[in-house]
Ligand binder design. Structure first.
Ligand code: F6P
Length: 369
């Protein structure tokens, strides 16, 4: 029989996404309404593992007042990091190099010492894998799925994705007129890591003429053919959306920095490559816009805000029901719980039989294949 909850901790890990503050507010409010106490861990688990970096406290009280009026704010009041995996914590050696060490026991010990009964961990694939590993070490943990990339399995969507897609769509709307006025090829690079969700959804919504996603290796000649086809029809401009993880049939992904201790590789630069090649092959003027981290900022859309509020309260309900090792998920239209084991280390790519993909094809959009 698990002991009743009196005190929970919340943390946010990985890249930030619009809606994190809404989850924090929802979880704290639902917990306080049950008479529970809440604390927040700063920057993933760094607030516990490197307390010296936090003069105002690495673990801070989260009262009802502290979370008032934050649902609409981007970012996270707790801070976040994608360099703080407690199982592979980057630690400097005396010779200046960095080694990964397992400091996860310190997290479990901290929870015991401070009478923290459970953790609500809000994050993407990396953070939820950590959450699952902590659950296996005996911590009571509920995960909340976050990422603008929408690449988490077992949930219809993650919060942050709709905001990113909405912003990218607005950017495409704005680029149509300047591209047309100058009769240019306009290439828009969007984030998404190894999944093409943002590129696909924003590209179709924003009326792109070609969309290049990691799931479909592209032939640049086919994209150039699309530009020429439009030219022949008298439509002298072209909008091409390129996912940062898109891969040419003959060539490599564009990597800005390789993976290092506790940090995944950084993608970027495929937009520039595609623009240069299209200019060469079509003799047209081409420009690149990299949306990058702009996709992670701003207020969450009402869809993301509601999803985040639903996820935050559902995480507290899960703990109240005695669950652990689960992730709150959207099984449209309802929220449900799935095992973290089924989510950890899995990536949700755009399936080849996706009707959204087919929608793009039926609309005449080129996927470069
Ligand atoms: O996972 C979210 C994300 O924004 C990816 O789309 C992108 O590849 C990555 O994070 C960028 O990470 P960083 O903030 O370390 O540049």
């Amino acid at each position: 029989m698990t002991r009743p909850i009196r005190r929970i901790a919340i943390n946010t890990g990985g890249g930030d996404a619009p809606g994190l503050n809404a989850v924090i507010r929802a979880a704290v409010t639902a917990a306080v309404n049950r008479g529970w106490d809440c604390v927040g861990i700063r920057d993933g688990f760094n607030g516990i593992l490197t307390p010296e970096r936090y003069p105002l406290g690495g673990v801070v009280p989260l009262t009802r007042d502290r979370v008032r009026g934050i649902s609409h704010l981007g970012g996270t009041i707790l801070g976040t990091t994608n360099k703080g995996n407690p199982f592979h914590f980057p630690s400097p050696r005396s010779d200046g190099t960095v080694q990964d060490i397992d400091r996860s026991d310190e997290i479990v010990a901290y929870f015991e010492r401070h009478n923290i009964d459970a953790l609500v961990s809000v994050g993407g694939d990396g953070s939820l894998t950590i959450a699952n590993d902590l659950h296996r070490k005996g911590l009571r943990v509920v995960g909340v799925p976050k990422t603008i990339d929408n690449d988490l399995d077992k949930t219809y969507t993650t919060f942050g994705f709709d905001t990113a897609v909405s912003f990218a769509t607005e950017c495409l709307d704005r680029l149509h007129s300047t591209a047309e006025s100058h009769q240019r090829v306009m290439v828009v690079e969007v984030m998404g890591r190894y999944a093409g969700w943002i590129a696909l959804h924003a590209g179709i919504s924003g009326g792109a003429h070609a969309i290049l996603i990691p799931e479909i290796a592209f032939d640049i000649e086919k994209v150039a053919a699309k530009v020429r086809e439009r030219d022949a029809e008298g439509r002298l401009y072209c909008l091409v959306v390129v996912a940062e993880g898109a891969q040419p049939k003959r060539g490599q992904r564009a990597v800005l920095a390789s993976a290092e201790a506790g940090h995944a590789e950084r993608l970027g630069g495929m937009g520039e490559h595609v623009a240069t090649e299209l200019a060469r092959l079509t003799q047209k003027d081409a420009r690149v816009v990299v949306l990058g981290h702009l996709l992670r900022g701003g207020s969450p859309t009402s869809f993301d805000r509601l999803a985040a509020l639903r996820f935050g309260t559902a995480a507290v309900r899960a703990l109240e029901e005695g669950l652990s090792g689960v992730m709150v998920a959207l099984a449209f239209p309802n929220v449900n719980y799935v095992s973290l084991e089924e989510v950890a280390g899995r990536m949700k790519a755009v399936p080849p039989d996706s009707d959204t993909l087919q929608t793009g094809r039926d609309l005449g959009i080129s996927f470069g294949d």
